[in-house]
Design a protein around this ligand. Structure first.
Ligand code: NAP
Length: 256
């Protein structure tokens, strides 16, 4: 699974931004950001349709992730939701399919549906999102549950809550943590600690925020960039090298 990908939440909401969002996703693929994260919830399906347009003719380059909305995640409902996502995405398979957050349906039924989707080739892997350590332990204890591949969680230099329990627990078991909102939905980019580091190195604050997550073992990361310029700043994170001074500044700002 690629360590650096592209988020899509809030894409396809503003027609004036559509062309830029598609161009950004395509440029991301060109630059090697081949994991694309979406969900049936985003834009009530419109975001998946935008992703389909962006990846048209390039499906094999993409590690495609989508999510079932918890209200749909019954045994039967999960299968049907996946089939709708496949139609909107104009593909015959997802590389990873996640339960978006813990919901009201019996977890065992959702897991059975995921296993059936793997069996029929409609998904390659499955996982969860917004599951804490205890909730994830419950998943793993269910029949077939130890196949869980990913827990997608909020994680950034300024939001490190998962480091106490969930992240070490996942590392021990080889479950990947996929860090969402790595720029804290843009808030991190205005923080003086981050802008100071960015200025010192002559890069975008988004490069600094993304690079910090890339330093962490067992984690991959899906910043959302809605313009080609923003995607270039994301990609620059791969080559960014922190000085000890920078990491201390971030710890002082966010761990105090
Ligand atoms: P994020 O990636 O932390 O931040 C996105 C924001 O940062 C956008 O406003 C974006 O603006 C801005 N940005 C990105 N690069 C920039 C740059 N170089 N300069 C200035 N601004 C820049 O937030 P996120 O969208 O919440 O999280 C990323 C992805 O994680 C989502 O898109 C989604 O796929 C996933 N996610 C999952 C869950 C879940 O419950 N599983 C929840 C939230 C998010 P532009 O749009 O203008 O580029």
């Amino acid at each position: 699974m690629p360590v650096l990908g592209q988020g899509t939440w809030r894409m396809a909401e503003d027609p004036a931004r559509r062309a830029s969002e598609i161009e950004a996703l395509r440029l991301g693929l060109d630059l090697g950001l081949t994991l694309i994260d979406t969900a049936e919830m985003y834009g009530q399906g419109a975001t998946e349709e935008l992703v389909a347009e962006a990846i048209a003719g390039r499906r094999d380059e993409v590690f495609l992730v989508s999510k079932v909305w918890p209200s749909n995640a019954s045994r039967r409902g999960t299968i049907e939701a996946c089939e709708r996502s496949l139609r909107r995405l104009q593909t015959d398979r997802l590389d990873l399919y996640l339960l978006h957050w813990p919901g009201e349906h019996e977890l065992g039924g959702t897991i059975e549906a995921f296993l059936e989707l793997v069996e029929t080739g409609k998904i390659s892997h499955w996982g969860v999102s917004n599951f804490g350590r205890r909730e994830l332990a419950d998943v793993v204890s269910r029949p077939g549950g130890d196949d869980v591949h990913v827990d997608q969680m909020p994680y950034s230099a300024s939001r490190r809550g998962i480091e106490a329990e969930l992240l070490p627990w996942c590392r021990d078991r080889g479950i990947v943590v996929m860090a969402y909102s790595p720029l804290d939905q843009g808030r991190l980019l205005r923080h003086p600690a981050v802008t100071t580091i960015a200025e010192r190195h002559g890069v975008s604050p988004a490069t600094v925020g993304t690079a910090w997550v890339l330093l962490q073992d067992g984690v991959n990361v899906i910043p959302k960039a809605g313009t080609p310029e923003h995607v270039r700043a994301t990609r620059a994170a791969v080559d960014f090298v922190f000085e000890q001074l920078d990491l201390e500044l971030l710890d002082e700002a966010f761990l105090a």
